[in-house]
Design a protein around this ligand. Structure first.
Ligand code: FES
Length: 108
């Protein structure tokens, strides 16, 4: 199975996409309505967006809202599970990290 999005034009179900754009740490990512934030990132080829306390990269682990490995800040709301939150056009996502006390990209 691939995390890549099947283009609507080649989808045999005849789906119509409503495009959206989110930003992650200021970088734009495009997706379609109905995708989760994690889905938008995975479809763009990004597999990690935060760090564990050890510094190890984290992204989607369970994909069902149980492990909290995918946490991000969305429109200033911290600790949002990217695998559970549907992306909305204009969402401003900020990555989080637990590595060495770092929060939202800022060192203490
Ligand atoms: S990947 Fe496990 S909670 Fe999101």
């Amino acid at each position: 199975m691939s995390p890549r999005l099947v283009p609507a034009g080649s989808d045999p179900a005849g789906r119509r996409d409503r495009p959206l754009t989110i930003t992650v740490d200021g970088d734009p990512y495009t997706g379609v309505a109905g995708q989760t934030l994690a889905g938008v990132l995975l479809a763009a080829g990004r597999t990690s967006w935060r760090q564990a306390p050890s510094g190890a990269p984290r992204g989607v682990f369970c994909g069902i809202g149980v492990c909290f490995d995918c946490l991000v800040t969305v429109n200033d709301e911290r600790d949002v599970r990217a695998c559970r939150r549907r992306a909305r056009d204009g969402d401003a996502v900020t990555t989080q990290s637990r590595a060495t006390g770092e929060r939202d990209g800022q060192r203490p």
